[in-house]
Write a protein that binds this ligand. Structure first.
Ligand SMILES: NC(=O)c1ccc[n+]([C@@H]2O[C@H](COP(=O)([O-])OP(=O)(O)OC[C@H]3O[C@@H](n4cnc5c(N)ncnc54)[C@H](OP(=O)(O)O)[C@@H]3O)[C@@H](O)[C@H]2O)c1
Length: 358
């Protein structure tokens, strides 16, 4: 179907979130009209950063209360919109019937709008590469859009921690199918990597989990991540640009998915060490990583790290259709840290001998 017109109106779900907040800001910067959807418009701790955006003063940005657990939740909001960026989380990924139900709510509101021509759905790299069997990374080490986790594996279940990945795949297919059946709009999926970059509101420091991990590094205790998986990152601002580029693109087709990551990877310990390297003025007292894994996993550390190191991350397709140029991870870490200090008021653990500059 059709991309959104320049200066058109776009609804953003999960607008108070880390990614949603940057999608809102990016759309405003490019001249769009934005309907920001949050569950509670009166929760100032979450929405005041949206109200302080210049577009809010002119009413180019408006706030709307909508809980996607409620049928008809977006009927009034989507009516008159050209596009929807459906960025929001859902309340429970482990209940696949519930995930289908909330997809149906959003889809029904898109169908009822009579105006929406494109939906960009936020999925995740978990829907590309979350495997229960590590040998699948050895067998299929290239992480690109046509790759899905091994869905035939009988151990792929919510009980094995795959609910998030399964729920995201379910949502991708539900939107693509609904768009095809309707014929008047298309659904394009964005699968972001691990988002790093600046928070815009203090409440976002607890989310992520990536910006929260950096907050923990700053305050003195952080943890090893997912079976020694290195961070596979995207700057949150670039991720937002990818979403907007997919709303605008004339080269995408219903049901397609695009991975949003820079392809830069870094182990969690090296992320922590980067803080002092990038910002020596802070005197950051880098803590040692806490490894919470059971002994049988710790015994495989070298083997698992080698498997991850051999994986090949690709972003050819999203660069081709959106033209996004991804920032370096160093820039994302620096800006994340500075926002955690200035907006999140995080207190840094400093080296005992550190003398701050005047
Ligand atoms: N962060 C990452 O690295 C990452 C990576 C890959 C994919 N993703 C995906 O990106 C999306 C956004 O992630 P994020 O990191 O920006 O998360 P976030 O900061 O936690 O924001 C998520 C937003 O979802 C909203 N939400 C949750 N349940 C809702 C419901 N029942 N009805 C309406 N809104 C609801 C919340 O709204 P309230 O403000 O009302 O609480 C919240 O603002 C998610 O779909 C996530 O799966 C994130």
């Amino acid at each position: 179907m059709a991309p959104i017109p320049r200066g058109g109106t776009v609804a953003v779900t999960g607008a108070a979130g880390f990614i949603g907040g940057w999608v809102v800001r990016g759309l405003l910067d490019r001249g769009y009209r934005v309907r920001a959807c949050v569950r509670d418009v009166g929760d100032e701790g979450k929405v005041s950063f949206l109200r302080s955006m210049p577009g809010y003063a002119s009413s180019r940005l408006s706030l709307h209360a909508a809980d996607l657990d409620q049928p008809g939740c977006f009927d009034n909001v989507f009516r008159g919109c050209h596009g929807v960026a459906h960025v929001s989380h859902v309340s429970d990924y482990d209940d696949q019937d519930y995930v289908q139900r909330v997809c149906d709510h959003v889809i029904a509101s898109v169908n009822a709008s009579d105006s929406v021509s494109r939906v960009v759905l936020t999925s995740s790299i978990a829907a590309v590469m979350s495997e229960v069997d590590f040998q699948d990374y050895v067998r299929r080490p290239v992480f690109y859009e046509d790759r899905f986790p091994d869905e035939q594996n009988p151990r792929r279940s919510t009980a094995k921690g795959q609910g998030y990945s399964m729920g995201k795949v379910l949502a991708e297919r539900a939107f693509a199918r609904a768009a095809e059946e309707h014929g008047g709009w298309d659904a394009i999926t964005c699968c972001p990597g691990d988002n790093v970059g600046p928070i815009q509101s203090a409440h976002q420091k607890e989310r992520g989990p990536w910006q929260h991990n950096i907050e923990m590094m700053l305050t003195g205790k952080y943890y090893q991540t997912g079976a020694y998986r290195p961070w596979m990152t995207v700057d949150v601002r670039d991720d937002a640009d990818c979403h907007i580029g997919l709303l605008e693109s004339i080269d995408v087709v219903n049901g397609e998915r695009y991975i949003a990551w820079s392809t830069e990877t870094r182990n969690v310990e090296d992320i922590c060490a980067s803080i002092d390297r990038l910002l020596p003025e802070l005197g950051h007292d880098a803590p040692a990583v806490t490894d919470p894994f059971p002994e049988r996993v710790q015994a495989r550390e070298a083997e698992l790290r080698a498997i991850w190191a051999a994986c090949d991350l690709r972003n050819d397709r999203i660069r081709a259709v959106t033209g996004v140029r991804f920032r370096s991870l160093d820039e994302s870490i620096r800006d994340c840290v500075e926002s955690l200090l200035s907006i999140g008021q995080v207190a840094v653990r400093r080296r005992p001998d550190f003398q701050p500059a005047d």
